[in-house]
Design a protein around this ligand. Sequence first.
Ligand SMILES: Nc1ncnc2c1ncn2[C@@H]1O[C@H](COP(=O)(O)OP(=O)(O)OP(=O)(O)O)[C@@H](O)[C@H]1O
Length: 260
Amino acid sequence: MKNIAVSARQISASIANASILRGIDLDLPAGRWTSVVGPNGAGKSTLLKVLAGLLRHARVQGRVQLLGRALADIPARERARQLAWLGQNESAAEDLPAYDVAMLGRLPHRAWMAPASDADHAAVQQALHTTQAWDWRDRPLSELSGGERQRVLLARALAVQAPVLLMDEPLANLDPPHQTDWLHTVRDLVGQGGTVVSVLHEVSIALQADDMLIMAAGGVVHHGPCQSTATHAALEQVFERRIQVREIDGLWMALPRMER
Ligand SMILES: Nc1ncnc2c1ncn2[C@@H]1O[C@H](COP(=O)(O)OP(=O)(O)OP(=O)(O)O)[C@@H](O)[C@H]1O
C-alpha cells in the first residue's frame, strides 16, 4: 500500500454561510508532487488551507491526517516542522532583511529565544541559494520586486526542511527561468522523498507533476497521474475546452485552443 502523506475525509467548508468545499476525500501519496488546478473560485486555495490547518475563520467539517496522524492532534510547533507553507499574496515582515525573513522558516526548530544554530544558518543559506535570492539577503522585503520577494518567501518555506510542502501559486511573479528553477527544486525535493502539493494556474508546469487534482465548484472532479489521457481529458473539460493538452518534445503542455 502507498505511504500517504496527507489525507482528507469528507471535508466541507463554509464561510459566512456560503458553501466553499463539498465532501472532499483524498489521499496524497508521500514522495510525490501533486498539482492542484481548476478554474477561479473552484476552492483550490481553501482546500490547501484546510490541509494545512490554516482556515480559522471558516466552518470546516471532516478529518485531515498528516503523515498518519490527525492534524488537529499534532502540537503547533511539531506541525510547523512537518508541514511548510507558502501562501498566496502572503504578507510578511516587510522591514526585515531577506535573510531574516528566510530565517523565520527555522523558528519551529529553535527553542524559545535561542539564537540560530549553525544548522539554522546552513538551512537558510542553502534555501536562499536554491531560489537565487542570496544576492539581496541584506535588503528589506519591502524593497524587492514581486518576483524577488516571492523567491525569498519560497526560501523561507524551503528553509523549514519539512517533509511536506504546500504551496499556493508559488510561481506568482516568477519569470520563466525561475519557474523552470522552481520545477527543478520541486523535482529534487520529491527525489529526496519529500511530498509537494502546489496550486498552480500555469497548467503546463502543473502537468510536470506526478499527479493532478482537478477541482471545480468546491469539489474534486478528477485525481490521477499527469501522464494519463483521462487526466488530460478532465483538464480540457474543466477549462471548457478552451485549452488543449499536447505532447511537445516529450512534455505534456497546455495550449490555448484558437478556434472559437
Ligand atoms: N473569506 C471569504 N469570504 C467569502 N467567500 C470566500 C472567502 N474566501 C474564499 N471565498 C470564496 O470561496 C470560493 C473559493 O475560493 P478559493 O480562493 O478557494 O478559490 P480558488 O480555486 O483558489 O480560486 P483562484 O483560482 O481564483 O485563486 C470563491 O468563490 C471565493 O469567492
